[in-house]
Design a protein around this ligand. Sequence first.
Ligand code: SAH
Ligand code: SF4
Ligand code: F3S
Length: 439
Amino acid sequence: MNDTHKVYIETYGCQMNLSDTEIVSSIIKKSGLNLTEKPDDADVILLNTCSVRDNAERKIHERLIHLKQYKKKNKELVVGILGCMAERMRNKLIEEKKIVDLVVGPDEYRKVPSLIENAFTGEKGIAVKLSRVETYDDIEPLRTEGIFAWVSIMRGCDKFCTYCVVPFTRGRERSRPLRSIVNELEKLYNNGFREVTLLGQNVNSYKDTDGGFDFPDLLRESAKAVPNMRIRYTTSHPYDMSDKLIETMAEYKNICKYIHLPVQSGSDRILKLMNRNYSVEHYLGRIRKIRELMPECSLSTDIISGFPTETEEEHKQTLDLMKEVQYDGAYMFKYSARDNTKAYSMEDDVPDEVKTRRLQEIIDLQNNISRELNRLEIGKQHEILVEGPSKKNSEKWQGRTDTNKVLIFEKNGHIINTGDLIKVVVKSSTSATLFGEIL
Ligand code: SAH
Ligand code: SF4
Ligand code: F3S
């Protein structure tokens, strides 16, 4: 292979995609190709795409139109689509978009180098088979330097929420062996990483079948193996939020006291239509257990507004649930009908302006709750992991609390480095940020 060829990868979508880009980068580098950070220098441009909502795909269509200019300048340029949209659209992408040379789904990334090679000889290629076993367990992701690392522990999703494309784009659930994950964490710690996020669409249904380990077992073994590393995880499903998991989190100091627990709706009828497999009561029971064992734990969620047939009353139930739980943060979306999903065959009958208005009410409520909860932080002490100069104001530095809140502080002559754990006291706050002083 021509080892002067340079590949540029652009990543969209969730953390799984960010993590997959590190895996693809590693595969590409091993094959002898080079990577570049600049699209203008590239001989190959790959987009790692997301399909979760219509606007995620629209972004990619727009980007492809823009990339036509690059191809005009460089006729040899190879353009590829990776990720969930590749899996969902398959050969349609090659047929409808002349500019696209290769299409590779999430379980076929080992083929990326050979498909690139073929593309240089003018042969378009597609690889979109889903696998029951592929976890890329043997591939060491090519991580950018720093103190944070993503560690993918499982792939796929078997939950089949009726609105969601993920089970179709990422296939069946499968997990990496516990031992291999724990070894990777030890290595990361020795290489200077200080915080890891264990990743999967549903980490709490993780299962190492050969070893007989579940997700709490993995968390416990990880916490013990790297006691000075902060450990986070995402995403968890309320159905699999077991007592054992909550107890394990409470037991180890280095397991961060933060849980992202998507609720989606506050109405039992809508939850049923979504095939979420829990009731509001079950969900609140999980929250009570979390609060009982970890009063300091922060919580965030995902909410969808305007699912088919959602009434005004059911929307209010969502607002009521948010008031009751008091989430520290939330990711909030308008329902977007996705081809092939079960909900697609239900009529998308909530008018767009109603979805938008309900979404705005959800966002406004959440902002108020976040502001109030952050106001209650004033005067509290936290240990933060120092991330480096603040993105907005380089005079200041920023770190993150164990509860996943960003805290801005001044160094005031202290010698502080990225990766240090320091004690601070909160002096003021907004809905998104805490401001503090070093103790
Ligand atoms: N596996 C994770 C993340 C799934 S995608 C989980 O189950 O929590 C992230 C979020 O996108 C979902 O939680 C949901 O709130 C939202 N989402 C998924 N499909 C959607 C759709 N068709 N329309 C609107 N939001 C959607
Ligand atoms: Fe999608 Fe539901 Fe699976 Fe999450 S749990 S990825 S929302 S099907
Ligand atoms: Fe998007 Fe696929 Fe992630 S659809 S949210 S990139 S799993």
